[in-house]
Write a protein that binds this ligand. Structure first.
Ligand SMILES: Cc1cc2nc3c(=O)[nH]c(=O)nc-3n(C[C@H](O)[C@H](O)[C@H](O)COP(=O)(O)O)c2cc1C
Length: 430
């Protein structure tokens, strides 16, 4: 169960990890063990992962595309040039939290080590985001496995960061005895999940999400329409990629699917106090400040001839209250000063019907006063009827690092950017 701590009531200690429901790309190649690859796909799906399958044309001699489609619940890709799927070799590697080649033939293994990209596995391998796990579960005749060509390729791929799930010793399908049998499906599933929980560099990330509510009287509040969905999805993606996430969300905001720890806030003051405390007592690698923080708080209310005040009780109905607001300071501008350690800052800017010049101005102003490394910008006018909310991620120089069509893509891109070596040098040399 997710630990929940109200911001008023203390610290979270260290964060447990979670890797439930990851996006997994499974590539099946032409081995007699392909049927075991189907078993692996089935087990991964049963364990709550979302699996997309690629099968080489050789693999489809051993198993049917319908089998994989039925197990994974999505169409199988086999051809780089298939109509409508021409960019899948890039998009799927971006989407995937990890890639598993299972079974991996000698042919595919040697081709990947040669850097060839004239088939889907090869193109995906080169396009793969190297901060995410790439696993290989080889299956082949023992002589193929111990051939110097294969041995050299395995070493090369290991040097490039690929992780191998060692084949087992025993009798191979052709009757020869030795090492080369595909590891057992449960061992492959365990190794995949272990890799997900152990990214090459585990980040500690603080995410704020949802809108603040400022009391008007004892029962009424001044708030905004933020649901906290963007912060929650980003938390899910980072958590699934094995990073440590603390979600600081509005009490009224949506929760996450992942088991990351969270604290809640209601008012601007709650959020400010929680941020000060958490930043002073933790060393975060990144802070993603997606909360919709009220620009104003209620200063006082005048009703009739009564002196202005913020009533602790419900204001009587029927009068004509005059509410005086005063501005809140911008929290995003103080985050670095409150933190005991340098971190990468992702700030958010929402505009309403802004053109390109106004957008550039709004983004550069935020970059300048907050010192953010990234600004996520979206515009209310671009919100789609189906709920999708396109966003762009801007770099420090204002240029756009990624155009994101929806919250899921935004989350994937942020995970990629936050884990990239470029960003880590931003974090250590701000
Ligand atoms: C019955 C049969 C079983 C095979 N089993 C394997 C195997 O287990 N491992 C392997 O590396 N190649 C095996 N091969 C050879 C591959 O299918 C062949 O090298 C093919 O080109 C691999 O293509 P791919 O790597 O693009 O899937 C087998 C071939 C046949 C006909």
């Amino acid at each position: 169960m997710r630990p929940t701590v109200n911001s008023a009531s203390g610290s979270t200690g260290s964060f447990p990890l979670s890797n439930v429901g990851s996006n997994l790309l499974v590539i099946l190649t032409g081995s007699i063990a392909a049927y075991k690859g189907c078993d692996v796909v089935s087990r991964l799906v049963q364990r709550g992962h979302i699996v997309r399958c690629v099968a080489t044309p050789s693999a489809l001699h051993f198993i049917g595309a319908a089998t994989l489609e039925g197990l994974a619940g999505s169409p199988v890709l086999s051809d780089t040039f298939a109509a409508g799927s021409a960019l899948e070799h890039i998009q799927l590697t971006r989407w995937a939290d990890a890639v598993l080649v299972c079974p991996a033939t000698a042919n595919t293994l040697n081709r990947l080590a040669a850097g060839l990209a004239d088939d889907l596995p090869g193109a995906m391998f080169l396009a793969h985001d190297q901060t995410k796990p790439w696993l290989m579960a080889p299956a082949m005749n023992p002589a193929m496995w111990t051939h110097p060509a294969t041995v050299a390729s395995v070493q090369k791929l290991r040097d490039w960061g690929a992780r191998f799930i060692a084949p087992a010793d025993g009798r191979s399908a052709c009757g020869e005895i030795g090492e080369g049998r595909l590891a057992e499906p449960e061992a492959i599933v365990a190794a995949t999940e272990a890799a997900l929980a152990n990214p090459s560099r585990k980040l500690r990330v603080l995410i704020t999400a949802g809108g603040t509510s400022e009391p008007v009287d004892g029962v009424r509040v001044l708030t905004n329409t933020s649901t906290g969905a963007t912060g929650a999805i980003i938390a899910d993606h980072l958590s699934r990629a094995g990073h440590e996430v603390l979600l600081l969300r509005a009490k009224s905001a949506v929760s996450t699917d992942c088991a990351c720890p969270e604290e809640t806030f209601v008012t601007f003051s709650d959020l400010e106090a929680a941020l000060r405390r958490l930043l002073a007592s933790n060393s975060f690698d990144a802070v993603i400040h997606a909360a919709a923080v009220s620009d104003y708080r209620v200063d006082s209310i005048s009703m009739g001839t009564d002196p202005p005040s913020v009533p602790a009780e419900k204001l009587p109905s029927g009068g004509t209250p005059i509410i005086r607001l005063s501005p809140n300071p911008r929290l995003v501008d103080s985050l670095r000063a409150w933190s005991r350690a340098p971190f990468t800052l992702v700030a958010f800017k929402l505009t309403c019907g802004a053109g390109p010049d106004q957008t550039a101005e709004a983004v550069s102003t935020l970059l300048a006063h907050s010192g953010a490394d990234f600004v996520v910008h979206n515009d209310v006018a671009a919100r789609c009827a189906d709920g999708r909310f396109p966003a762009n991620i801007h770099l420090r120089d204002g240029s756009v690092a990624a155009h994101c069509s929806d919250r899921g893509t935004l989350a994937s891109e942020l995970v990629r950017l936050l884990t990239s070596s470029t960003l880590l040098s931003y974090a250590t040399n701000p």
